[in-house]
Structures are given as structure tokens and as C-alpha cells.
Unconditional design. Sequence first.
Length: 276
Amino acid sequence: MPDLFGNVVAVDGTDALKPVIVNDFLKRKELTFINPRNGKTYHRHYAIMPQGGVAVIDVGKYVDGNFVYATVGINLSGNQYQPYIVIGCHHKEFSDTNLIANMVTQSLNWALAGTNTTVKLEACHKPIAWEKDILHSYMKGMDNRMFNPMNVFGYEMLEERFEEIGKSKGRPRKSINIDDYLPKAMRQKIKDWLHEETDQYQYPIDMMRAIRVLFELEIIKRPTYEAFVRAFDKEQLIAPSTYNSYMNLNNNPYEHDATYVSMKADARRKFFLDSV
């Protein structure tokens, strides 16, 4: 990324590539890999879903009933090493690592177009225990799922999938209208309070306090992710998996949060008294 004087400045690999993997995984801007020598197009399959700064992608295509592919392991966690990519070839017709690295570079830079950030891969000549490092990064990411910047993947598709299954079996989909989760007698007062405590915030840990407080106190039903982001215009700021983690009462991200305790007391005063 160039600075104001045109000098190239290194950027954090996780921050730079996070939107690329997010957009690809959610099929907003899917990665495609093109062989510059013959124009052949290859597609990708996630061998390991993105988690904890790690993703493992199989890049290839079907040829005569066989999958000709290479594996691209991406580790942006920075737990032990600088961000790196590992390329493993599994077919003699697709075994030129320099060619595959070139294809990966082109694909990532296509996805980063318009961001003033570009990817440049350099051969690594020092030993890296990448198998152990990737596994360690992945498992560490699972432990820190809610707060890891690369963890907006995987589980966010489950609710969507379950709703599709329910619809196919004749069951109604959950409402995407926040009003349907609020008690009619206090609906407007609750909405006003939620907007006051939610609208101003840009980070999940702040924007999720109020909605979780009301759900924990059983003042409201549990809104779907879609209902929440539509009501408060947060779609680009919180992923479904993060929303679901905060709304899971088995998790306790606010265990030592004084603001959450104060907000819960305020909600009790405002809404339990009204319901008496």
C-alpha cells in the first residue's frame, strides 16, 4: 500500500486479506484462478473453512472424471510467523508451484482491486513447521472465536440453511422484522431504548449489549440476525456467527463488563416496572 509520498508500506496481512476471504466465502466476489499461460480457469473448494486466520483451499478443475488440483494453505494468524502461503501439488499436470503462486497472486490482487493494497508473494527460504503452525492457529482460533478478526466464517451459514430446510418442509421462516420479537405493550419504548444503546456503536462488543440484555432478562424473544441488522443497519459491521455467539446465553462475553451490568439494571427499572 503506498503512503502519501508514494512509498510502499507494508500492511497487516490479516486486515488486508480478511475482506477477500469473507467476500469469497459468502459468494459476494468469488475467487477465480486463471493460468496466464493458456487461459484455463480453475475454481476453488475450501478444504478447511476459514478459522483463526487460517484457510486451506483446493484450487483445480475436473478433467476426465478426475480432480486435478493443488492445495493452497493461507495462514494470516501471525501466531509464530509472518503471514505465509503453503502450496501443495497433487497432480503431475498441475505441479508448477511458481505458476500456482502466480495464479494465487493474480486472484488475490483482483479481489483487492480498488483498495490500494496489493499482494506480492516471495519464496521463503527458511524452515517453517507449517503443518504444526496451521493446526495450532486453527485450534487457537476456535478458542477465541468470538473476538478473532478472521472468525466471521462457517457457522453464519447454518441459520440460513436451517431456514431453507424449514421453508422446504412447509414451515414458515423466522421473521426479519424486529417488531415481531418485542412485546406489543412496550414495543415502541423498547425500540427507542435499543436505538439509543445500539445505533452509535461500530464494534460488536458494544452494539450487542442492549439486545442481549433484553433477551437475557426475557423481556424480548430472540431476534434473528437478519431482523437485528435490518433494524439497526449493522449488516456490514457484524457477522451472523458473531451475532449468534453474543446471543448464546451459554457464552458470557460480558462477565467482567461494568457497562453491561449497569445496562441490565437500567433495563429492569424501565421495562419490568412497566409490565407490573
